[in-house]
Write a protein that binds this ligand. Structure first.
Ligand SMILES: Nc1ncnc2c1ncn2[C@@H]1O[C@H](COP(=O)(O)OP(=O)(O)OP(=O)(O)O)[C@@H](O)[C@H]1O
Ligand SMILES: [Mg+2]
Length: 287
């Protein structure tokens, strides 16, 4: 495969940034997901541009969360690598890896706010740990982040005192605490009603635009996928490969594989108004 030989021909990490497309932000190259000798997916290759809303798609158990963990540094890939602005993550030294990890904001599939802490304390946690900000500055920043997700005034509530949708939004506020360059969300709208889910989509778009962040998310929600994503990868456990990468609406218009079409037309549904007129995935100006 040409990309494999290209990778081998590229300079090693530390020999300067690797060549890349001008607006490429995150590049996953020849990545394999395996547990022991069990290979889940063998050959992941895709590029995420700065400001993209990128969706990881595929059936339950196909390896979406595993892929996310390999991208954020929680799980070493069985093979391959991911680069951020040309900097190789898994080849990098520990300092570089930690610096990169601090530029990520993550909302995990299991939500995981600390139940014994108020919303403000939850959001403040990474700020206290990784910045020299004074407690007063942290409080102000925390209120700002909570306001951004529509939770102004809920600083002193505990997670058990608010609704599921509000907890998701508090999770977003915590993921954004450090003004991340990349936000990773694992099924942010799972368990939400359609209206809350739609609001969360709008919020994600706003966050992308206001933070100028790149967003990588796992979701099964077709309305979300067609409303806000402009790039994607589709994982298939049967062939242990990625079946497609690109704009989901283009994948629907010209399905590269019947499984991709089946996934994108579940319930016989096209996106509202058809693929061409779906709520457009807004592009950032200049991006
Ligand atoms: N730590 C682990 N050790 C061994 N196997 C694992 C581990 N984590 C995940 N797996 C296996 O890898 C497969 C993919 O898991 P993963 O959580 O990445 O899937 P997923 O696509 O996120 O699924 P879902 O849509 O249900 O969240 C599953 O079969 C799971 O059993
Ligand atoms: Mg998962």
């Amino acid at each position: 495969m040409s990309s494999a030989s290209e990778v081998r021909a590229l300079p090693a990490a530390g020999a300067g940034p690797r060549p890349r497309a001008p607006d490429a932000h995150i590049v996953v190259r020849d990545m394999m997901i395996a547990y022991g000798s069990f290979v889940l997916i063998g050959d992941l290759n895709f590029t995420i541009r700065r400001g993209d809303i990128f969706v990881i798609m595929g059936g339950s158990g196909c390896g979406k969360s595993s892929l996310m963990r390999q991208m954020i540094g929680l799980q070493r890939p069985a093979r391959g690598d991911v680069t951020y602005d040309g900097v190789s993550f898994w080849d990098a030294d520990l300092d570089t890896r930690e610096r990169l990890m601090r530029s990520f904001g993550v909302l995990y599939q299991q939500g995981a706010l600390w139940s014994s802490m108020t919303l403000a304390e939850n959001v403040a946690l990474p700020l206290g740990e990784y910045t020299d900000l004074s407690p007063a500055d942290i409080r102000e920043l925390v209120s700002l982040k909570l306001a951004l997700v529509g939770l102004a005034g809920f600083e002193d509530y505990y997670p058990s005192e608010i609704s599921g949708g509000m907890r998701k939004r508090a999770g977003l506020a915590r993921a954004m605490a450090m003004d991340p360059e990349v936000l990773f969300f694992d099924e942010p709208s799972a368990g939400l009603d359609p209206i809350s889910s739609r609001r969360l989509d709008d919020l994600i778009l706003e966050l992308r635009d206001s933070l100028g962040a790149t967003i990588v998310m796992v979701t099964h929600e077709l309305p979300s996928i067609f409303a806000i994503a402009n790039n994607s990868v589709f994982l298939d456990p049967e062939t242990k490969s990625q079946l497609a990468t690109g704009d989901p609406r283009e994948l629907l218009a010209r399905p590269p594989d019947p499984k991709v079409e089946e996934f994108l037309t579940r319930g016989g549904g096209e996106p509202p108004g058809g693929p061409k007129t779906a709520r457009p995935a807004r592009q950032r100006s200049g991006g």
